[in-house]
Structure formats: C-alpha cells, structure tokens
Design a protein around this ligand. Structure first.
Ligand SMILES: CC(C)(COP(=O)(O)OP(=O)(O)OC[C@H]1O[C@@H](n2cnc3c(N)ncnc32)[C@H](O)[C@@H]1OP(=O)(O)O)[C@@H](O)C(=O)NCCC(=O)NCCS
Length: 212
C-alpha cells in the first residue's frame, strides 16, 4: 500500500463528502467543500492510497460537477501554487481521510479531521494531523486551535499525543445535542525547533503508515 498526503482539490470532493457523512452523520447542513476549496482562508489536505482504484462514491455533493482536468488544475495552481512540496495528486486516487483548517490572524483553526472507518487505528489520523500542523507552520502560523466533543476521547487522545493542551470548555457548543466542546491548542508551531520536529515526525509516520 502506498499512502501519500496532498492538498485537497475539486476532484476529491465526492470522496471527502462521503467520509465526512460517515464521520459526522449528525452534522447538518453538511459542509460545502466546493465552497471551502474556493475560500482563501481554508486549507485542506487529503491522505490517499495511490494504488487503490477509485470506487464510485455513495454520496454526491450538491451542485453541478465542475470540469476536472486542465481548468481545475489551473485554478488549483492559482490558489495553491505557492506551496511547492504539496503538488496535486493524479486524478484517480482513493482518499482515506482528510483534514483542514481556517487561517485567520496568524492562527489556524482546525475545522475537520476524519479517516474512513475501515482505515482507522493505522496511524492515518496522526499522519494527517502532523501534516496539517506542518502546513500551518509553513504558513507562519503561531497557534493551532480546535474544538472537540467532550465525549470524543479518541480524538482528544490523538491531539494530546501531538502536544495539544486543553484550554477550556465551551458549554453546550454542539447544536444537535448541546454537548460541550473541549478547546485545545498547540502553541509556538512556527518555531524552528517545532518545524524540524514536525518534518521529522511526518516522514517517520509516512514510512510507518506506508510499509512498502
Ligand atoms: C479521530 C480520528 C481522525 C483518528 O484517526 P485514526 O487514523 O484512527 O487515528 P490514529 O490511528 O492515527 O491514532 C493515533 C492516536 O490517536 C489516539 N486514538 C485514535 N483513535 C482512538 C480511539 N478510538 N481510542 C483511543 N485513542 C485513539 C491514540 O492516541 C492513537 O495513538 P496510538 O495508536 O499510539 O494509541 C478517527 O477516529 C475519526 O475519523 N473519527 C471520526 C471523526 C472525528 O471524530 N474527528 C475528530 C473531530 S475533532
């Protein structure tokens, strides 16, 4: 199996929407990833199995399909071309998980992180998180923040493992069941020491998640 991490692009939206619905079935309305990808604030990455052929996604996103290929590639380069080591992958890759943040005032706010159910507990979530923080550090972000459901102890453990610390609670934050959100942050991500650690960890995780 050959895993890779790359920036999310329009051709990925149907698969990402499928993973999103599986991971967050109670979220309504579902995230409009087409709009997210057009936003200059939003930055998304995807983890892919480059050797697995793409199956037809079960869930399609709303709206007309935009042309894949040249037009979409040109737009991708226009939006993301300033990140040379995050090249768009070939069109037919199978997405295992994705993650994204909004970048505002030097802070990255993680808005999504999900792995296909059948691929969990193999290090892909950790690989995505480390890659996302790595990307944030390259964009000179000094702080990464997120909210996570109080009951989602698995995700909290993942964030804790990567150095996030609990900063507080937002009471009744989630509208579906009024569940509290745990606020977690990671400071000083742009420091040279942290960048070096992230690059090293990301390479190690890629090798570990991708035994060739
Ligand atoms: C949270 C999620 C992304 C983790 O992805 P994953 O690929 O299974 O995670 P990994 O295999 O990389 O796990 C890395 C670490 O996270 C923690 N972890 C992940 N899932 C866990 C679980 N179910 N229970 C306890 N710890 C867990 C562990 O510390 C683990 O390290 P370890 O393997 O050394 O014990 C995945 O479970 C998911 O998509 N959940 C649904 C969506 C979601 O809750 N997203 C987070 C929203 S804030």
């Amino acid at each position: 199996m050959a895993y890779s991490i790359s920036l999310m692009r329009e051709e990925d939206i149907a698969q990402v929407a499928e993973i999103d619905r599986e991971a967050f079935p109670d979220m309504w309305p579902p995230t409009d990833y087409r709009r997210e990808l057009k936003s200059r604030l939003a930055h998304y990455i995807a983890a892919c199995d480059d050797e697995r052929p793409v199956e037809k996604p079960k869930i399609e996103t709303a709206g007309d399909e935009k042309p894949a290929g040249l037009v979409s590639r040109l737009r991708w380069h226009f939006l993301h071309g300033y990140r040379p080591d995050y090249e768009p992958p070939p069109a037919s890759h199978y997405i295992l998980g994705f993650a994204g943040f909004w970048l505002m005032a030097g802070e990255a706010h993680i808005i999504s992180l999900a792995v296909r159910q059948s691929y969990r507990r193999r290090g892909i979530g950790e690989l995505l998180l480390v890659s996302l923080v790595n990307l944030a550090a390259r964009l000179d972000v000094h702080l990464v923040a997120l909210e996570v459901r109080a009951s989602n102890t698995g995700a909290q453990s993942l964030y804790g493992k990567q150095g996030f610390v609990i900063k507080g609670l937002r009471r009744g934050y989630y509208s579906d069941n009024r569940e509290d959100a745990v606020v977690m942050t990671l400071d000083d991500v742009a420091s040279g020491q942290y960048r070096a650690r992230l690059s090293h960890l990301r390479e190690a995780l890629l090798k570990q998640a991708c035994p060739r």
